[in-house]
Design a protein around this ligand. Structure first.
Ligand SMILES: Nc1ncnc2c1ncn2[C@@H]1O[C@H](COP(=O)(O)OP(=O)(O)O)[C@@H](O)[C@H]1O
Ligand SMILES: [Mg+2]
Length: 505
């Protein structure tokens, strides 16, 4: 049993900071978690929640601030040290060893041995079974971890935590990849751990989950502590105000653009179980923001519009002409450009020179005329890279060594060479430091000013509110609001992003 006989909170962080080079991930993180409590930690993307958790887990060492566990000052240099001290962190996607059995994963490195000093498998299976029975779940302890659902993998991490008698369990967005039934099972497990007197920290984007599961909530913004409330004494609009409270107009001076004819028209786009009946228009010179929580289906809609993924019904037209489904080449020919969220994997060939990347799309055109030489690539790429102020000393510098901001600009440059009429960009500034962020914003604003239609997906509310002429909100695969720039307040967007379910009932 966890030792909870002292009055001291299980976890106390006060004004904890952590920087990565120039990026301040955590400025002044504070939280105080009691035994027998489920404490929600909320905040917008980038607020510093995961960094705070990683300090607690011993993944990162804090730069400054107070960190106490059970009333004692601690300073973990490794995850092994935090485990030893009774901390367990369950991530959104656990990393079990796929080749080992469920039981071996639970008892990794501390298997019980028989008198002959052989690993006592039977004892391990019996104990694993007892753990699962206590958690009220059915998982075969003998099966390999490979192929288990994410929900089951999380439960195995929790079982491991209990077998180590963790007094503090932290779950970082555990429900993002779970179905409704799996969420219920996880909540039941969390409640029983709370009732045993353990302390739990639960990070979630979903207010309904916070209100259903947690007793206390701490809000973070821009790497800092904002406030702690009792859940039964707060409302979701209080929480939204605490999460976003800042003036966004100052951060994103948007240049007004002349808005022209519709470029993209999507009607009734549906993919069963993913998104339903999506209507959306983007006009020349217009930036349309597609807002919503992670998992709302925004990227899925974008991928279907561009033809990377299939859809079941509906239509996509560009400048009045139909675009073939499931055919990105037809989309590119119609004037679409698409920059997906994971630039490293999809948008940019990392191990290739900048010039090569910028020229990749035009290359086919050059190649048709015969051989491509390095100097031809540089000739094609030079003007674009220059225009976008890609900061590289030489054009043949390797893209892998560039900053996120410069990589993003290379990807945009590559697509501009195709002369697109519409740019679909998913999370344009994810992973980009604050300084370069505003350069990417300025570039998007300029391109819109030149008549480019832009569909921008973003999880960062200030970015959506600061950049978009119009905001569409997606919640669980459905459009729940369309707001003009003037009406797009943080409250209105968050409300549409989170309240779909309650209102439908
Ligand atoms: N290892 C890292 N290197 C550089 N920047 C990071 C690193 N980890 C996090 N950040 C940055 O720190 C900020 C906070 O990130 P994070 O703690 O993941 O926020 P949250 O979990 O609230 O979404 C973000 O701007 C993120 O890009
Ligand atoms: Mg996070």
């Amino acid at each position: 049993m966890p030792t909870s006989n002292t009055a001291a909170p299980v976890l106390v962080l006060r004004d904890v900071s952590k920087s990565f080079g120039p990026v301040v991930a955590l400025r002044a993180g504070s939280i105080s978690v009691e035994a027998g409590s489920i404490h929600a930690l909320i905040g917008e993307n980038g607020a510093g929640k995961s960094t705070l958790v990683k300090v607690v887990a011993g993944v990162h060492r804090r730069d400054s601030g107070t960190f106490e566990l059970g009333g004692e000052a601690v300073d973990f240099g490794s995850t092994a040290e935090s485990k030893q001290a009774g901390v367990a962190v369950i991530y959104q996607e656990p990393t079990l060893f796929p080749d080992l059995s469920v039981t071996e994963n639970i008892f990794m490195g501390r298997q019980p041995v028989t008198r002959g000093r052989r690993i006592d498998r039977q004892a391990m299976y019996t104990e694993a079974e007892a753990l699962f029975a206590r958690l009220g779940v059915r998982i075969d302890p003998r099966r390999p971890a490979e192929g288990l659902s994410i929900a089951d993998q999380q439960i195995i991490e929790i079982a491991k935590a209990i077998s180590l008698d963790a007094r503090l369990l932290v779950m970082d967005e555990p429900t993002a990849a779970l179905s409704g039934v799996e969420v219920e099972r996880l909540f039941a497990v969390a409640r029983s751990l709370r009732d045993e007197g353990r302390a739990l920290v639960f990070i979630s984007h979903r207010f309904d989950e916070v209100f259903a599961l947690c007793d206390t909530v701490t809000v973070m913004r821009d790497g800092s502590y904002v406030d702690t409330r009792r859940v039964d004494e707060t409302t979701s609009s209080d929480l939204v105000s605490l999460m976003v409270g800042r003036d966004v107009d100052d951060l994103f001076p948007k240049t007004p653009a002349e808005i022209g004819e519709p470029v993209l028209q999507v009607r009734g786009l549906t993919r069963a179980g993913v998104f339903h009946d999506i209507d959306l228009d983007v006009r020349a010179g217009e930036i349309v923001g597609l807002a919503g929580l992670v998992g709302a289906g925004r990227s899925e809609v974008a991928r279907a519009v561009f033809g990377v993924d299939a859809y079941d019904s509906g239509s996509v037209t560009m400048l009045g002409k139909p675009v073939r489904a499931r055919d990105p080449r037809s989309a590119i020919k119609a004037g679409m450009a698409f920059i997906p969220e994971d630039r490293r994997k999809q948008g940019l060939v990392i191990d290739s020179s900048v010039a090569g990347n910028v020229a990749a799309v035009i290359r086919r055109g050059i190649a048709r005329a015969g051989l491509i030489t390095g100097s031809m690539e540089n000739r094609a790429a030079g003007p674009w890279a220059g225009r976008l102020e890609v900061k590289t000393s030489a054009l043949d510098m390797n893209a892998a060594t560039m900053s996120g901001g410069n990589q993003q600009k290379v990807v945009i440059a590559k697509w501009l060479a195709t002369n697109p009429k519409l740019l679909i960009i998913d999370e344009p500034t994810r992973g980009i430091d604050v300084g370069t962020k505003s350069e990417v914003h300025r570039l998007l604003s300029e391109l819109a000013g030149q008549g480019l239609a832009i569909l921008m997906i973003s999880s960062e509310l200030p970015e959506v509110l600061g950049m978009a002429d119009r905001v569409l909100v997606l919640c669980e695969g459905r459009l729940t609001a369309e707001l003009d720039r003037a009406d797009a307040t943080p409250e209105a967007v968050m409300h549409a992003a989170t309240h779909h379910l309650e209102e439908a009932r």
